[in-house]
Structure formats: structure tokens, C-alpha cells
Write a protein that binds this ligand. Sequence first.
Ligand code: IMP
Ligand code: MG
Length: 176
Amino acid sequence: MAQIKDAMVPYMTRDEIQDLVKKLAREIEADYQGLDVVLICPLKGSVPFAADLMRTLRIAAQIDFVQLSNVPSDRGEYAGVEIVKDIGTSITGKHVLIVEEIIDAGRTLSFLKNRILASGPASLKVITLLDKPSRRVINIKPDYVGKTIEDRYVVGYGLDDDGLGRNYPDIYYLKH
Ligand code: IMP
Ligand code: MG
């Protein structure tokens, strides 16, 4: 496959990813049996993981997408998060599960959690394929984690490098 960078090092194969998806799906099924579940998937990075997870889950669940964007300040630093596309499904009284591909600083997730809590869900939990806790600036913890990874920039399976690489079926890390 043509690569976005020469310095792409194989990190997780599609088979390893699918094993994590299955492990997570079995955990969710055990906890959400018989409940009204809504999976909220932030665009664009969560798309491959959300698609695999929803097809692996053996429980009834509604799906919706939300798109958030980091707003840079005039000096290019982090200035806040804004909603590009809001949730369209009613989540009041439902059991909401945020489906993330990776959690880094935690700002996006913290913002999204507050947005969802404002709609009065019955419960709110977070599932993420990958977690980088060493990068956290906000004290926030996912409830279900596929794999905890070190501070590495990863691409593929929804994860991008400046918009590219999301379509790769495997995950790579970028050597600097
Ligand atoms: P944060 O937790 O608010 O810092 O933002 C998390 C978002 O940053 C994720 O949903 C990704 O879109 C992006 N991100 C964080 N780390 C990586 C990475 O290693 N590769 C690709 N995207 C990343
Ligand atoms: Mg994301």
C-alpha cells in the first residue's frame, strides 16, 4: 500500500484489532443486556472502530454520530472545542456509550460528556479502542479500554496524520 510517510512502523495488525473489538463487545453485552443503548460515535476517527463494534455487538443498539472540532487560538494553541455536527437521536433516559478510537489529552471527550449529560441520559460510559493516559491534561478515564499505549502518534484504522491514513486497515506509529 502507498504510505503517507516512510517512517510508518507496523504497530497493530487488523487481526489484533479485531481481537480487541471482540473482547470489548463481550464486555458491553454483559453490562447492557436488555437496556436501551445508544452508541455515540465522534466523527471522523471512530468510524472503522464503531462499524466493527456495532456489527460484533449482540445487543440491540441505536447509533448516532457527532462531530467536534478543536478551536485553535490566534497563536495556534488550544482554545476550546466546538460542535460541528450535534447528536440527532433522542438520548434522554437512554444508556449512552461514547465510542472513541483513541483518548489523548481528554479535552474532546470531556466536552462531549458534558454535552451528553445535559440531555439527561440514564447512564453514560465511554469505550475506547486505544488509550494514552500519559498524555492526559483532563482527569478523565474511559470505562472500557481495548489497549493502553505509550505516548506514540498512531495512524490507520480511523486515526489520521493531517487527514490521511484513516483508511488503512492496520495501525502504524510514526517515527519522528
Ligand atoms: P483529545 O483527547 O481531546 O486530545 O483528542 C483526542 C483526539 O485527538 C482523537 O479523537 C483523535 O482524533 C486525535 N488523536 C489523539 N492522538 C492521536 C494519535 O496518536 N493519532 C491520531 N489521532 C490522534
Ligand atoms: Mg476521536
